[in-house]
Design a protein around this ligand. Structure first.
Ligand code: MEV
Length: 311
């Protein structure tokens, strides 16, 4: 049995980092950016290839279960969940999602791999179960993940996410267009999450006040999504960037990309994801999109992608 399964990337509209500490955040899937698992039945022990991730091919052995390698851990968790001890076949992981760039590459690769293993084993793996498994592997990527990345890529729906609460679907009244600009600087989410944790330990009042201001912005943004007020939504995104800057997770290049987008007419712009590198996200109107894209390229973006929500 051969086939292909996949999972999308994601972008955070507002609320990253504060979401780790129980505040709400808004995220959208990026269906055009996918991690893919091609699976093929063979008689050999399960072998996983992931050259796109600079990962050497490896063959499943049951003693690999405790490995700190995310692909091995995802395989072990999925097989344990499905109750399969001697899987056969091969899976090739391909991913168009840049690694360590804030677009959910780790979660998408885990989700695609989990779906590939289930398909190879002719087993059913429901999204609710997959979400839990991917969250476990996210701990290796993020240290203390909120769960927003796995929830967004597994269910592939725009979401207002808050730890411990049911997921709330996000439905804007009109289509919104975004540009995602890649700074070209890889940055590990684990490190920025750890830096924010340090700040919280050293200056709890300041960090919590920033988290609360971010949360207020997320709540206001949800209302603007519902009322279709793009200008105000953009302002809330830009204010969120300032809060993230104060949390210490921006960088001069990310700040320059945000300024370039705003000067070229974007309604709002901010870093997206862990920060310190990776992507910024800009809210644009069709009339300004091409000027904003050019400005982002001139300010140093190595790639600019379009994404949309609703409509
Ligand atoms: C990463 O996409 C978002 C962070 O808030 C970490 C997390 O929520 O797990 C930085």
């Amino acid at each position: 049995m051969n086939g292909t399964v996949s999972a999308s990337g994601k972008a955070i509209l507002l609320g990253e980092h504060a979401v780790v500490y129980g505040r709400p955040a808004l995220a959208i899937p990026l269906p055009q950016l996918r991690a893919v698992a091609d699976f093929r039945q063979t008689r050999q022990a399960l072998t996983v290839y992931a050259a796109d991730l600079s990962h050497r091919p490896w063959q499943w052995k049951s003693d690999a279960a405790a490995s700190p390698d995310p692909l091995v851990r995802m395989t072990a968790l999925t097989l344990a969940h499905l109750g399969i001890c001697a899987p056969t076949g091969e899976i090739k992981i391909r991913s168009a999602i840049p690694i360590a760039s804030g677009l959910g590459s780790g979660a998408a690769v885990s989700a695609a791999l989990g779906r590939g293993i289930a398909a190879l084993c002719r087993a059913t793996l429901a999204n609710d179960a997959l979400n839990v498994l991917v969250y476990e592997v996210e701990k290796l990527h993020h240290g203390r993940p909120s769960g927003i990345d796995n929830a967004t890529v597994v269910y592939e729906q725009p979401v207002c996410f808050q730890r411990g609460q049911p997921r709330r679907a996000v439905k804007p009244t009109r289509r919104l267009d975004f540009l995602l600009a890649d700074s070209g600087v890889p940055a590990l989410t684990r490190e920025s999450v750890a830096a924010v944790h340090q700040l919280l330990r050293k200056e709890p009042a300041r960090a919590n006040s920033l988290f609360d201001r971010i949360a207020d912005g997320v709540v206001a943004a949800q209302a603007r999504l519902a009322s279709g007020d793009e200008r105000r939504l953009g302002e809330l995104m830009t204010a969120n960037h300032e809060h993230l800057r104060e949390l210490g997770v921006s960088s001069p290049l990310l700040d320059a990309l945000v300024s370039a987008a705003l000067q070229a007419g974007a309604s709002g712009a901010k870093l997206s994801g862990g920060g310190r590198g990776g992507h910024i996200i800009a809210l644009v109107e069709p009339a300004t999109a091409s000027a904003v894209k050019k400005a982002l390229q001139s300010a140093g973006a190595i790639r600019v992608l379009a994404a949309s929500l609703g409509g």
